[in-house]
Write a protein that binds this ligand. Sequence first.
Ligand SMILES: Cc1cc2nc3c(=O)[nH]c(=O)nc-3n(C[C@H](O)[C@H](O)[C@H](O)COP(=O)(O)O)c2cc1C
Length: 372
Amino acid sequence: MTDANPVNIYEYEEVARTKLGKGEYDFIAGAATDEITLRRTRAVLDSIVMKPRMLVDISDKDMSTTVLGQEISFPVMLDPAGNHSAAHPDAELATARAAGSAGTLMVLSAQASRTLEEVSQAASGPIWYQQYFFKDRGLTLEMARRAEEAGYSALCLTVDAKVKPKRERNIRNNYQGPASPNYDPSLNVGGSSWTFGLDAPSGANDIRDQAATYEDLDWLASNTRLPLVVKGIMVAEDGYQSAEHGAKAVIVSNHGTRYLDTTFATIEVLPEVVDAVNGNIEVYMDGGIRRGSDVFKALALGARAVLIGRPLFWGLAVDGEDGVKSVLEMLRDELEATMGMCGKTTVESIDRDSIATVSPLLSLFPTGTEFR
Ligand SMILES: Cc1cc2nc3c(=O)[nH]c(=O)nc-3n(C[C@H](O)[C@H](O)[C@H](O)COP(=O)(O)O)c2cc1C
C-alpha cells in the first residue's frame, strides 16, 4: 500500500507527480500546443449541473452494462495509452490485472510497453486491441491477426492521429520514450523528442498511413472477425460514416487533446454523434473524466460507457496494479452515489432529465436589460 492516501483522482495526480520524473509527468499530463481544450474540457464538465431526485426507491442499484455484448461491472473502461512503463515497471501487465479485478475492460495501446501477447496472458477481464492504419496493409492485418489469436475481443482503430502533434512539454523536456516491443526493431519506430515511437517527427520511421479513408475501414471490417471500434470521432458526420463503413462502435474522443488543440470538449459533441448514429452502433466517450459525476453526465448525454486515460497512469505511478484498481473503484463509488442522489438505479435509466447546462435564472433575465 502507498503511504499517501489520495481520496480522489486529483489527489492521485498530485501524489503521482511527486513520484514521476518531470519528463514522464509532462508526457502523461500534457497536451498539444496551448492546452486550451485540456482546460476547456474540465470547465465544461464542471459547468453541467445535476438535478437530484427525492423519495425514489434506490435500495437496489445495478451498475453493470455491456459493451459490444461483453459485460462490465460499471461503465468505465481503460483507454488505450502508450508506454505504461513511464509510470510503473509492471506497466500494462499491472493495468490489465487491475482492470480485470475491478470488473472492467482494458484497451491495449498500439504503443504499449509490453507485447500484446504478454498482456493478454496477464489479463483476467475482457481486452481490446488498439491499432492504426499502417502504410503497410500487411502489417495492419498482421497486428489484427495477432490480436485475434491472443484473445482480444475487438479492434479499436484510432483515427485522429495521422499527423504529428506538437506537444511542447515533450519538446522542452527532450522526452524520449521507448519503442514498443510489438514491432520488429528493423521498422525503427522508436523514440523521439516529441512523444515517442509512432509519433516521432524525424529520424524514426512513421509507419502510419495518412492516406487512410473510410474505404480502409470497410476493408479491415471484411478482413477481421473482430468488431471494429473507431476512436477519435468529434463530429456527427464521422460518427455516421463510421457506422456506414463497418464500425460497431465509436469513441467520441479528441485523444485527450494531445493532437489538435482548440476543439470542443468531447462532452459538447457527444450528443450530435449519438443522434447521428441513431442507435445503430454503440457510442462511448473519453476526455477529462475525473469524477463519478462526470461519468453520469456522459451517460446522461447518450454515452454507453466512458474511458479514462491519464487517471490510469496516476494510479499506476502511485501504487501499480492496486493504484489503478483504486482509481477505478473511486469512479465506481462516486458514480453509484451520484446515481442514488439522482434517483437512478440502473445505468440505462440515466438520461438528460437528470442534468442541466443552463441556469434557470437566465430565463428570468432573457435580454439582460432588466439590470439597467
Ligand atoms: C500518456 C498517454 C498516452 C496515450 N497513448 C494513446 C495511444 O497510444 N493510442 C490512443 O488511441 N490514445 C492514446 N492516448 C489517448 C487516450 O486514449 C485518451 O483518448 C485520453 O487520454 C482521454 O483523456 P483523459 O486522459 O483526460 O482521460 C494517450 C493518452 C495519454 C495520456
